[in-house]
Design a binder for this molecule. Structure first.
Ligand code: GLU
Length: 418
């Protein structure tokens, strides 16, 4: 494998690739390639054995021209300043392509949460929430879940904020549990947008999703829900994986059964009725109709892309393909439908959650799913229209053309502060 791409450089390259097709000046473009500000902090937290451990944590506020900064917080040993900067930038263009009134932000703690007790994780999370307090706010910056965080961490952050501010303000953070002001449908929303994007993509390409063979890399919240919803469309989920490896079954898996196995044993590997087990790399190069990378950045680089055989890739993860991989695949028959659309369901239902929190009026899951479907299919239509109207080499560049134009217009319309 070649050296890992720096995700922040990948983001900047993606913006440069789209620049040729957008009516925006060099100066504004430069602004759109750099974060507005970032927090880097060291959390000193007491462990269960009374020792004190220090954790590096970040929050990047990339761009707020279209609304408050918005984006998740991840807990992972691979978190770095450049990763958080890239992820915050991708949020800017994600909220722009689905046209919800937010900018982009992202945060993270360098930690493997599996190594810590629940009590330690709560203290670490509350310590980060204290550091974040001056930066976040219901109209300033609204965090959410990301890799290895969920309702529990969001509830802790909300509670810390509300306690310190002596108020109730559930819209300070999204992805909360329903009893703490979370929205119906939020947990499934990321995978739902992946399913909707795949459904629309197959329709656009005149392919049948029914019976299509599908491989899903990563079985976290995004990957497993995408697998489940694609299975409900009668697609044939033949391969799934997690960080321990991949399993394959010619006749297709029932994703719910595989999820139960993972919950019981810790991995999809070892699933009893699988025909074969192999590596993640083997899964990514399977000859399938649809490949869904749903793990981390840089899953497919330029070298691996040469062996990719899938007809369609729909990205559930953020940044799973490097720019080199895009270049290789643009020359092949593989269509890539980008992350900023295909996983935008999470932030879109976060937006619905924030709206509901502010109105203190809650929607049914049916309404959430209907509004989400409308937003994703409208954005999909705008994407393919732009792809066809420009000479953009691929769907990613077309997506950035739409998104960059919206952010640049918002900036231009605001004028300049002397
Ligand atoms: N972490 C998710 C993402 O990457 C969701 C962000 C949000 O809901 O604000 O899109």
């Amino acid at each position: 494998m070649s050296e890992q791409a720096n995700p922040f450089e990948s983001l900047q390259e993606q913006i440069d690739d789209a620049a040729a097709y957008v009516d925006v000046s060099e100066d504004v473009l430069n602004r759109l390639k750099h974060p507005e500000r970032g927090l880097e902090t060291n959390l000193s937290v007491e462990m269960d054995d009374d020792s004190v451990e220090v954790f590096k944590a970040f929050r990047s506020q990339f761009n707020g021209d279209r609304g408050p900064y918005k984006g998740g917080i991840r807990y992972h040993p691979g978190v770095s300043r450049d990763e958080v900067k890239a992820l915050s930038g991708w949020m800017v263009y994600k909220t722009a392509i689905v046209d919800i009134p937010y900018g982009g932000g992202k945060g993270g703690i360098v930690i493997d949460p599996d190594d810590y007790s629940d009590g330690e994780l709560e203290r670490i999370t509350r310590s980060f929430a204290e550091e974040l307090r001056p930066f976040v706010g219901v109209d300033k910056d609204i965090p959410a879940p990301d890799v290895n965080t969920g309702q529990r961490e969001m509830n802790w952050i909300k509670d810390t904020y509300e306690t310190l501010e002596n108020t109730t303000e559930p819209g300070i953070i999204t992805g909360k549990a329903p009893d703490s002001g979370g929205s119906a449908g939020r947990v499934e929303a990321t995978g739902r947008s992946t399913m909707l994007t795949a459904r629309e993509a197959f329709d656009y390409l005149d392919k049948e999703i029914e019976g299509a063979s599908v491989a899903v890399q990563g079985y976290g919240n995004a990957g497993w829900i995408a697998a489940k919803l694609l299975h409900e469309l009668d697609a044939n989920v033949v391969a799934v994986s997690d960080s321990s490896g991949a399993v394959y079954k010619d006749g297709g898996f029932n994703p719910v059964d595989v999820k139960n196995h993972k919950n019981e044993t810790g991995s999809v590997v070892g699933y009893p009725s699988a025909d074969e087990e192999f590596s993640n790399e083997d899964l990514l190069t399977l000859d399938v109709d649809l490949l869904v990378p749903a793990a981390l950045e840089n899953a497919i680089d330029g070298d691996l892309a040469q062996n990719v055989q899938a007809d369609v890739i729909v990205e559930a993860a953020n940044g799973p393909l490097t720019p080199d991989a895009d270049d290789v695949l643009a020359e092949s028959d593989t269509y890539v439908f980008p992350d900023i659309l295909a996983n935008a369901g999470g932030v879109t239902v976060s937006y619905f959650e924030w709206v509901q929190n502010r109105q203190r009026f809650y929607w049914t899951e049916e309404r959430v799913n209907e509004e989400l479907e409308r937003i994703i299919t409208d954005a999909f239509d705008k994407l393919v229209e732009t792809y066809e109207d420009t000479d953009a080499p691929n769907m990613r560049t077309a997506a950035y053309v739409v998104a960059i134009q919206r952010v640049a217009d918002a900036y231009a319309e605001s004028g300049n502060w002397p």
